[in-house]
Design a protein around this ligand. Sequence first.
Ligand code: PLP
Length: 389
Amino acid sequence: MENCIMNTYGRYDVCFESGLGCKIYDDKGVEYVDFVSGVAVNCLGHSHPAIINAIVTQSSKLIHSSNYYWNATHKVLAKKLIDNCNHNKVFFCNSGTEAVEAALKIARKYGKLKDVKDKNEIIYMDNSFHGRTIGALSVTGQEKYQQDFRPLIEGVKKVNFNDIEDLKRNFDEKVCAVIIEPIQGEGGINIASAEFLEKARNLCDKYDALLIFDEVQCGMGRLGSLFAYKKFNVIPDVICIAKALGGGFPIGATITNVKASIAFVPGDHGSTFGGNPLGCAVGVAVLTELVDGGVIDEIDEKSTYLIERLLKIKEKYDAIDEIKGMGLLIGIKLKGDTKKFCKSCFDKKLLVIAAGDNVVRLLPPLNVSKPEIDEALDILELVISEINL
Ligand code: PLP
């Protein structure tokens, strides 16, 4: 068949057809252990009955109406999110990059409402990743993603991640926001230090700027709490989420506190599909499983189990430099070629994904079992024992 898909991804030579739990099957019926989870999306694994039920039930009632009207499910999902954080308003969209775009626009509008002239600068971090649309790309601190798409948006400033002095140097009253991933996912599983996040919070308060946390990858339970910020004891003004919120169904959201929520008024922002009944019904089903169903409560224990086994593997083989991460967002820093390593895992029917230049990411579904962790790590250890990086 002619390949009509645009050339935007370097893809493996496999075509997936179905999935169940943390297993995914190709068109020849070959089984893979899926520790990519659609890049932190399939938080409940594949074909979870709660998600299927939500899709079937809601799609037989109402799939889409319009944001010019209320719908029964967006209110429920928004309330469920708000009940689990320190914030009070939600804007729904369809992806992570859109959640970031909304946050950037909230920041610009927030700055405009202040008495300071040109209060429109947004500080972002080196090595960050916030998405592919032009605003999100402009605050993505990686040259390889930005280089072919200049000019990017004006009024953005990059600082070194976890560098308090650099942050202080770049802060003044013209800054309207700082955007940070509490853990940089694409950038290589780099954890923000508590001191850095605290300083960012203090400087935002001092200069009346918004602190935005991009939790698109590390939020929605992946670190062992529904929101990542709860693991860092720093409360942002704005939170971006997507990926796992729909467990595979596309939905994103930008969540604000009272201070930030006054920025937008009708006409400032919108999304045709954002907050559609079907997506929100799935979001409610996912949150119900994660929070009320106890999935999140087990993550710390599973994380410890996974990390302890990885540390034992590290001791045995020279190829591993470091094990890093939190919850079920785990990075294996290698001394050699990550692409080769991921491909070798793939050949042995384990899906893992690279992050940054030398890190392999493990992103199992959040309801993964210990035997499934063992199954994945047995393959991983076999690859490490055989590979010459
Ligand atoms: N922000 C972070 C931290 C991400 O990891 C990603 C995607 O990987 C995005 C934003 C963009 O999300 P999406 O691909 O849904 O637009």
